[in-house]
Design a protein around this ligand. Structure first.
Ligand SMILES: C[S@@+](CC[C@H](N)C(=O)[O-])C[C@H]1O[C@@H](n2cnc3c(N)ncnc32)[C@H](O)[C@@H]1O
Length: 396
């Protein structure tokens, strides 16, 4: 969930251990900058800051999730989120006559715990629950959480280090696409420039140079799709790595359905005239701000998702769009009411707690509208009900 934006000056000071860790991450990025001839693309900077083994924000031991961390995600807010996704997964698994579940980027393991518990209740446990996690630190946390909270399902869970070759089942990726490195670009006198990071006065700083052809082609194809060139000075992001990730995922699936949930928009809104500074956001101790070059390795870097690009990458890889809905519609049309059948029997405190969770997950000013779910399908499958009642695919 995205915290409300904060003035950079109001950011809390990192504690000594975090500040020292950030210095080590900065030193590793400097080595990469030297090796890159004096600068690296912003996408490379983001990759290093988040994923350098043993150092990056996701790869090392930062708390990340929850009240003591930097942000909170839907599965951490409430098991209702996983219960609805389990219902929708059961609908797909039944059509497939069984299959596996694959969760890339499983965070603390909260979603896996709630999905497995609900699928068991529905009599629809998958043969295997595969977790593909880029972060060794999070993999360790996932194993601990599953061992403590869902030991009965551990024999079905395995951690994989690359995509399986012939996957059949359901893929659930919550807030993974936004964590993939993005390129930043700026338009200058009609030319596409690439944002790069260098060291200036002992600090990381921006420089802009002619974009490589991959980035230029991507920006030109967005302009062609919008039917209007970007104006001078316009800055935004393009996630080339997200396109590769979707394409690799799609190629790995022989039959099945992907639920991809994230904050994002259709291309026309993402690259709107008034959005001329892009969608990159940084999260530090529940404060959101816009400077990715500070606090390397101890703050989250993330960018909203261009869902039209997701749909394009999936279609190119031969998948069909099985729906595109807001998170509120996903939950409300996906069986959340059924999950609340026992609400009246709860204590007043429990009712208040659950109501608070439902508000966070569904209200438009919270996660309800900004977060979307896109469904991607391979094979002759009927899209699950949560994605069909209020489908907005026509907006992509
Ligand atoms: C913002 S967290 C979301 C975690 C979790 N899905 C949740 O909703 O709480 C992003 C997750 O994606 C993982 N990740 C990033 N790149 C990945 C990749 N290429 N493959 C698999 N996981 C990845 C991170 O390590 C982290 O677990």
């Amino acid at each position: 969930m995205q915290p409300k934006p904060t003035d950079r000056l109001e950011l809390p000071r990192p504690d000594t251990i975090s500040a020292n860790h950030s210095l080590k991450v900065a030193a590793a990025i400097r080595v990469a900058i030297d090796a890159g001839g004096g600068s690296i693309s912003f996408a490379e900077y983001m990759q290093h800051a988040l994923y350098t083994p043993g150092l990056g924000y996701y790869s090392a031991g930062a708390t990340k999730f929850g009240a003591a961390g930097d942000f909170i995600t839907a599965p951490e807010i409430s098991p209702l989120f996983g219960a609805v996704l389990a219902r929708q997964s059961a609908f797909v698994l039944e059509q497939l006559g069984g299959g596996d579940i694959l969760e890339p980027g499983a965070g603390t393991g909260a979603l896996a715990v709630s999905i497995l518990g609900k699928l068991d209740e529905l009599g629809a446990l998958p043969q295997r629950y595969l977790i593909l996690e880029a972060s060794p630190d999070l993999q360790e946390r996932q194993e601990k959480r599953l061992s403590a909270e869902a030991p009965e399902y551990l024999s079905r869970v395995s951690w994989i280090s690359s995509l399986p070759g012939d996957f059949s089942g359901v893929v659930i990726a919550n807030e993974v696409a936004d964590a993939l490195p993005v390129e930043r670009f700026r338009i200058n006198e009609g030319k596409v420039l690439q944002a790069r990071v260098l060291v200036e006065d002992s600090r990381f700083s921006w420089t802009f140079t002619d974009a490589p052809s991959t980035l230029e082609d991507a920006v030109r194809s967005i302009e062609a799709d919008l039917g209007i060139p970007f104006e001078d000075g316009y800055e935004s992001e393009v996630s080339l790595s997200m396109r590769h990730w979707v394409s690799d995922l799609a190629t790995a699936i022989t039959s099945g359905f992907v639920f991809m949930i994230d904050y994002g928009l259709p291309r026309r809104e993402y690259y709107a005239h008034e959005r001329s500074r892009g969608w990159l956001r940084c999260h530090f101790r529940h404060h959101a701000h816009n400077d990715p070059l500070i606090l390397p390795g101890i703050q989250d870097l993330t960018s909203w998702v261009d869902f039209t690009a997701v749909a394009e990458a999936a279609s190119l890889a031969g998948m069909t769009i099985g729906g595109y809905v807001t998170q509120a519609d996903l939950l409300l049309c996906g069986g959340m009411q059924d999950e609340l059948a026992g609400f009246a029997a709860l204590s007043v405190e429990e009712q208040a707690k659950l109501s608070g969770q439902i508000k966070l997950l569904t209200l438009p000013a919270e996660m309800g509208e900004n977060f979307k779910c896109i469904g991607l399908s391979r094979g002759d499958l009927t899209a699950p009900p949560a994605l069909t009642s209020s489908d907005r695919t026509h907006r992509l």
